[in-house]
Design a protein around this ligand. Structure first.
Ligand code: NAD
Length: 441
């Protein structure tokens, strides 16, 4: 029977004449558990703390109806997973994507706990998502889906309890709808003190200057530290980026302002290459208009494999998880992988990068700029303050390079890879807190 493999991102479909079979994709939560176990074993994490951190606290699944523009009702499934709140309120993004399922959201929530611990902010870990493809819905439908899900979440979110933020396919507008719905459903006399129920809001609705670019800015701050450590000059570096949404486009714009050259970009619509360099501002305008990099006239189209094989100094995955695998990691011709995305490298991919001595700045450190500036937004809302961009960027840089230094020190002390070192930094802080506070009763 004729069959061929079609790659649609990280879900491989085997298409045959009489059936469409979706191949099991790697379970993201298994990846997290393997990463966790490796670090916990190495550092000798307390056995009881281990049991707690290996488990998510609350797993909320909500099936909810939404009226479409044609008057028909469609059912949606959304999740909010709260992993751990020992360091502070649950915190994490909200993702709209067909691949969203409970294990993906559990993995993403768990990573948020580690992130908060590494960068020393008073937040725990959570994540949410709705399993659907937002590109197939109108703006009005997206608004109703967002509002209905927020309403259904009710008191499972809150400014001092669980604070959502943007992630894949969600943006400041979606956060504004979420904010408005939450505020509309609580008593009027507390409304004005609750705008910090969500971060990544539009500036006019209480957002922070610098939040939109924060994740990309943080990625670049960590790349700058790596460059210093390696006597590497970013002003004539080359880089390739997977994903040209919020994170990928901001990393590109900021790296370009350092003189680095963007050679290739891949997104969900295809991949492009230009050895002369791609102007990120120009590409961002194109992507805005055409919803992807496909057919960008100032670069040539390339396939997935050629994109991964492009020789460059730095690769920034800023799209989906499980992209750097046993299959794709051997293709890479780069010195550094800086993980803008969450979970872009699977366990096998990690092994190949290590064997090939390709440096890695792991996601839970590299992309933590988003949650750091979300923390700043939350603080500004609580204090009724508005900080200038310079203040936000200076504070972000300080936080993320402190975290970078801790991870570097731990990697050197244990003589281990940077992902495991980042885990050890996070787990050590959490272990300390559990030991100080004990377990109730
Ligand atoms: P986004 O929706 O703005 O952009 C996602 C990009 O990925 C798009 O360009 C899309 O075309 C591309 N993409 C999707 N599927 C793809 C595939 N199969 N192959 C290639 N490209 C594909 O999302 P974002 O906010 O930029 O998030 C990107 C990654 O960064 C995610 O892993 C997210 O969890 C992580 N992250 C985001 C933030 C944030 O503040 N937005 C913070 C930390 C981490």
């Amino acid at each position: 029977m004729a069959s061929k493999e079609v790659s649609t991102g990280y879900i491989k479909k085997k298409v045959s004449e009489d059936k469409l079979m979706v191949q099991e994709r790697p379970n993201l939560y298994d990846n997290v558990n393997k990463q966790f176990t490796k670090a916990a074993d190495l550092m000798g994490l307390d056995a009881n703390v281990r049991k707690i951190l290996q488990t998510t606290s609350n797993e909320i699944t909500i099936h909810f109806p939404v009226k479409m523009d044609d008057g028909q009702i469609e059912m949606f499934t959304g999740y909010r997973i709260q992993h751990n709140d020992v360091l502070g309120p649950y915190k994490g993004g909200l993702r709209y994507h067909p691949s969203v399922d409970i294990d993906e959201v559990k993995a993403l929530a768990t990573w948020m706990t580690w992130k908060g611990a590494i960068v020393d902010i008073p937040f725990g870990g959570a994540k949410g998502g709705i399993a659907f493809d937002p590109s197939k819905y109108t703006n009005n439908e997206l608004e109703r889906i967002t509002r209905r899900f927020t309403f259904a979440l009710g008191n499972n979110i809150g400014p001092e309890y669980d604070i959502p933020a943007p992630d894949i396919n969600t943006n400041a507008q979606i956060m504004a709808w979420l904010l408005d719905t939450y505020l509309s459903t609580i008593p009027p006399h507390v409304r004005q003190s609750c705008t910090h129920v969500v971060t990544g809001k539009p500036i006019e609705s209480g957002g922070s200057i610098g939040r939109e670019k924060a994740t990309g800015q943080g990625v670049v701050f960590t790349i700058e530290e790596w460059a210093k450590d390696n006597n590497f000059n970013l002003s004539d570096a080359t880089y390739i980026v997977q994903g040209f949404g919020n994170v990928g486009s901001w990393v590109s714009r900021i790296l370009n302002s350092h003189g680095s050259k963007l050679l290739a970009v891949e997104d969900v619509t295809g991949a492009i290459l230009n050895y002369e360099g791609i102007d990120p501002d120009d590409l961002a305008s194109y992507v805005n208009e055409h919803r992807g990099v496909k057919d960008y006239p100032k670069a040539k189209p390339i396939n997935h494999e050629t994109f991964f094989q492009t020789t460059a100094d730095i690769f920034i995955p800023a799209a989906m998880e499980n992209q750097i695998t046993a299959e794709t990691a051997p293709w890479l011709n780069v010195k550094l992988v800086a993980e803008g995305a969450n979970g872009p490298t699977d366990i096998d991919g990690d092994k190949v990068l290590e064997e090939r001595r390709i440096d890695l700045i792991p996601d839970i450190l590299c992309n933590s700029g988003g949650v750091i500036v979300s923390y700043f937004e939350w603080l500004q809302n609580k204090r009724s303050e508005f900080w200038e961009l310079e203040e936000v960027d200076t504070k972000l840089r300080k936080k993320i390079i402190n975290a970078y230094a801790k991870v570097r020190k731990t990697a050197n002390e244990y003589d281990i890879d940077w992902r495991t070192a980042a885990y050890i930094v996070a787990l050590s802080r959490l272990e300390k807190v559990y030991k100080e506070r004990g377990i109730f009763p």
